[in-house]
Design a protein around this ligand. Sequence first.
Ligand code: ZN
Length: 307
Amino acid sequence: MTDRVIRGLALDGRARAYAADTTETMRELQRRHGTFPVATAALGRTITAGAIMGAMLKGEERLTVRIKGDGPIGQIVVDAGADGVVRGYVDNPHVDLPPNDRGKLDVRGAVGEGSLYVVKDLGLKDPYVGSVPLVSGEIAEDVTYYFAKSEQTPSAVALGVLVDTDGSVRVSGGFVLQLMPGIAEEDIAGIERKLEELGSVTEKLDREVPLVDLMRELVPSFTALDELPVTFRCRCSRARIDSTLIGLGREELESMLAEQGGAEVICHFCSERYVYDAGDLRRLIARIDGGGAGGEEPETGETKMES
Ligand code: ZN
């Protein structure tokens, strides 16, 4: 099964529904970042939320979901676009916590208290920025709160990752159901009842219940309109990392050259390593001197330097 978001309508168009399977994407991210189970769950839930929110955009539009709490995982960052391309990372992939009181992965404990930010690049001069305080730290509740508070759209959100005993990803996915104005009270009550009965989304994905059937269990009138393939891809490249290093300035590059004889840059989003030897650094310094520092847009704030 390939990863995707299906988009559809229900209740005579008074509800919009999105359901996502992000299993392959999360397997790739788990492998790249070496996330431990609780970090895999936290990142996977955010990836699913990001992929679905990306599927709400159009054309070249992109968004970043950033969950910044005071817990040991640090921040969780996910980029997604209307094209279905997603990437993401957590600050501390090796966070390791005992199970919570329900015997589940303690995502809330890993995230802590803080805020959820959504930055949308809609091709306008300034990006749209929305933020809400974290109300739960379990992510689905926080995304629900964001939709209600920042976008004034009452929504039901389920996000889940099933992590196998060996730490690999069995399934990852979820759904967002958004209620439009004019929806009848009895329809809302019906959805609330179904939500309670529905049970775990990951258990259904694990049984290979198709996304359309999953949504029909929740709202029988669901009709799929289309589907968006979801894939992991990072935007980093050697040229962009060159620009990042050049942006540090001549002095910084010279001290790297003198002290370390080179540099190693790791992309946060994909854990790709870019190694610069002394000759590479000298060439970058020469580009600063030659005024030819332009080139690719740098990967600002998305890379970490290692020496
Ligand atoms: Zn990258």
